[in-house]
Design a protein around this ligand. Structure first.
Ligand SMILES: NC(=O)c1ccc[n+]([C@@H]2O[C@H](COP(=O)([O-])OP(=O)(O)OC[C@H]3O[C@@H](n4cnc5c(N)ncnc54)[C@H](OP(=O)(O)O)[C@@H]3O)[C@@H](O)[C@H]2O)c1
Length: 260
């Protein structure tokens, strides 16, 4: 039985990137705990599967097909949604993109930078702006949760755009927290370490990935999805009403590992 202080019952929670991986998991645990989840992504068939799985849960799932790069449509769809359900309590900016091919910086071009920053940073800014504006108008003391990464704090060779975009997400989180404090809207980030999803499965299962995990994570293993449950319930519920501007690492000790 979930402690009442972490209750998300009847909270309206919009999650981007709900079709797969971490976003799908967040949607499932929140709907099981009684939230009304608005599940967003481009692959509607996967969202429909998620909704079917949630049929007998105490919460509710509404599917919202959304390409977060289509700003005009995001504006129209979110405005309609907020009018229809009288705003939301929590926004989880989870959708993200990482290039499959890890290019050295010499080989990157402007398009490589744009495709990562457009999804991971600019679209997150746009969704947050629209949502926080609506929360402030409706006087909802909401919570915004951005998904950053351990690469916000540690540098890895290859894929510089992704790491820098996640550092920017952590930095933007602090600035948004400061600006939105006057509306009593909290903004925090979660920085996961390694969790196996479509984004990183090939690397995690490779011999190089396995070796890196053992060597760089003090707990010597990747995370289980369920090990993100605590932080999601904390930041989505009223248990975190005095927490804002934080970036919380859930990484088996990766960012505090010894450099020697
Ligand atoms: N897995 C990890 O170890 C790890 C570690 C640190 C941070 N993260 C972050 O966690 C978040 C979730 O990633 P994941 O690992 O769960 O990977 P994933 O399974 O590949 O999920 C990415 C999600 O983003 C959505 N998405 C991408 N572009 C979109 C767009 N233009 N419009 C709407 N939705 C879009 C995808 O949905 P559609 O394709 O259906 O639209 C998909 O549901 C990301 O921000 C990632 O950077 C993951």
């Amino acid at each position: 039985m979930q402690n009442k202080i972490f209750s998300v019952k009847d909270k309206k929670i919009l999650i981007t990137g709900a079709s797969t991986g971490l976003g799908r998991h967040f949607s499932k645990i929140l709907v099981e705990a009684g939230a009304h989840v608005i599940a967003c992504a481009r692959r509607v068939n996967l969202l429909q599967d998620l909704k079917n799985e949630a049929q007998d849960k105490i919460g509710k799932i509404t599917i919202l097909p959304l390409d977060i790069l289509d700003y005009n449509s995001v504006d129209i769809k979110l405005t309609d949604l907020f009018q229809g359900i009288n705003g939301i309590d929590v926004l989880i900016n989870n959708a993200g993109y990482s290039p499959k091919v890890k290019k050295p910086i010499f080989e990157t071009n402007l398009d490589d930078w744009d495709e990562v920053f457009n999804t991971n940073l600019k679209a997150l800014w746009n969704l947050t702006k629209i949502t926080a504006k609506d929360m402030s108008t409706r006087k909802i003391q909401g919570s915004i949760i951005n998904i950053s990464s351990t690469v916000a704090n540690r540098t890895r060779i290859g894929n510089p755009m992704y790491g820098i975009s996640k550092t920017a997400v952590a930095s933007l989180t602090q600035k948004l927290a400061l600006e939105f404090a006057q509306y009593k809207i909290r903004v925090n980030a979660i920085a996961p370490g390694f969790f196996e999803t479509d984004m990183n499965r090939n690397y995690i299962l490779s011999p190089q990935g396995q070796e890196t995990i053992k060597r760089t994570i003090p707990l010597e293993r990747i995370g289980e999805y369920s090990e993100l449950n605590g932080i999601i319930f904390l930041l989505s519920s009223n248990a975190s009403t005095y927490i804002t501007g934080e970036c919380i690492f859930i990484d088996g000790g990766y960012v505090v590992n010894s450099v020697t």
